[in-house]
Design a binder for this molecule. Structure first.
Ligand SMILES: NC(=O)CC[C@H](N)C(=O)O
Length: 385
């Protein structure tokens, strides 16, 4: 049974000052939110109006300071059902106006209390519209949040921000992925076995497969081709995850081993970037990325437009209007973002493999892209027939 936290939001740090310092020297002042202290990461913005719990607990946000463009955050408090992993992964959290009284039947505590309990340093009272416009114009960049009674002087804060590691070149999957393999059982009758390589997997992804009769063997990021085939899989999945795909040489080589055996293959987000690299395409850093739950994507095979959830700062560099010859046969861009023509999906024409850059597991987000899990099931059925 859940208990309401009506009126129990502490906002105990309300009076403590906080400052956000971008690496180009621009600063925003506000108040401490969540834990008090200092934190560093890459400043990125999310336009999701709902789903802050799923955002905070998505391992792909490791080492990123997330700015919410929705002005009022924390309204529905924190529940025990919505997290996508065991902990909050964002390095810092930036909001305009935190809810003073969370209200929802599932809420067990306030977001301020949750951030504090997990040691996540945040800042509230920031002009998040101005900050987002700045990041759109200048691009994602390093940032620091400093809060407390005695803040360092401006020069010291800026120097610390500029010493923080960059996201370009960061190899982070092994830091967030499971260390031990585990199994998510099929819901109802078991029809297929899938080996899922965990590069920072969100909990909803194996759940969406389990709903379709798939027993999911989640394997550590360090899993080898032998580990993958040890579970005797009908299909192989490569997950979302943090960091720069250009560093992910190990999963790229494992994926090439899977493609060589023509096992049905599906990738999401980081998994799409790994497929791009396995096929010989490059990846590159977007200026400020796509993060939110209302991005329009076109499925180029059907012409249909989906409204989709995104969280990516890198993208695959593949030609949009031609079929490419790759070491694994012909490949094509299957999906594209209608805002900026960024590659949002790839598929192979000569073997059962595809991936998308966005989030069909929809946690949070619209369910338009759920058909992709069915497509993976069809590929596995096709392989058996
Ligand atoms: N959600 C993800 O898998 C993100 C992939 C990669 N880290 C990016 O930022 O593009």
């Amino acid at each position: 049974m859940t208990t309401s936290t009506r009126g129990s939001s502490s906002l105990r740090n309300k009076a403590l000052p906080a400052v956000l310092v971008l690496e180009d020297g621009r600063t925003f002042s506000g108040r401490a939110y969540g834990a008090v202290g200092e934190t560093f990461g890459e400043a990125v913005f999310s336009t999701g109006m709902t789903g802050y719990q799923e955002t905070l607990t998505d391992p792909s946000y490791h080492r990123q300071v997330v700015v919410m463009t929705a002005p009022h955050i924390g309204n529905t408090g924190v529940n025990d059902e919505d997290p996508e992993s065991q902990r909050i992964w964002v390095a810092g959290y930036v909001v305009r106006d935190p809810a003073r009284i969370p209200s929802n039947w599932r809420s067990v505590r306030s977001l301020d209390e949750e951030l504090t309990a997990q040691g996540v340093v945040g800042i509230s009272g920031v002009d998040t519209r101005a900050l987002t416009r700045h990041l759109r114009e200048r691009g994602a960049m390093r940032v620091g949040i400093f809060s407390g009674d005695a803040l360092p002087d401006a020069g010291t804060m800026l120097a610390k921000v500029r010493q923080a590691p960059e996201m370009k070149g960061a190899d982070l999957s092994a830091q967030v992925a499971t260390k031990e393999a585990y199994v998510v059982p099929a819901i109802g009758e078991k029809k297929f076995t899938v080996a899922a390589v965990d590069l920072g997997i969100k909990g909803m992804t194996p759940h969406r497969m389990a709903e379709r009769g798939i027993e999911v063997h989640v394997l550590p990021a360090t899993a080898t081709v032998e580990d993958v085939y040890a579970v005797n899989p009908d299909g192989v999945f490569f997950s979302n995850g943090p960091g720069d795909p250009a560093t992910a040489d190990h999963p790229v080589s494992v994926m090439r081993g899977v493609l060589a055996r023509k096992t049905p293959l599906f990738g999401i987000c980081f998994g799409n970037q790994i497929l791009g690299r396995a096929l010989g395409f490059g990846t590159y850093k977007l200026k400020y990325g796509h993060r939110g739950i209302n991005q329009p994507v076109q499925d180029r095979t059907t012409g249909k437009v989906e409204v989709t959830a995104h969280n990516h700062g890198f993208a695959v560099d593949a030609p949009l209007d031609k079929v490419s010859d790759t070491p694994f046969g012909r490949a094509e861009v299957s999906h594209v973002c209608l805002n900026d023509n960024v590659v949002e999906g790839l598929h192979l024409l000569d073997q059962p493999a595809f991936s998308v850059q966005y989030h069909p597991e929809a946690a949070a987000g619209p369910h338009d892209a759920a058909y992709l899990f069915d497509r993976f099931v069809s590929l596995m059925e096709g392989q058996r027939a």
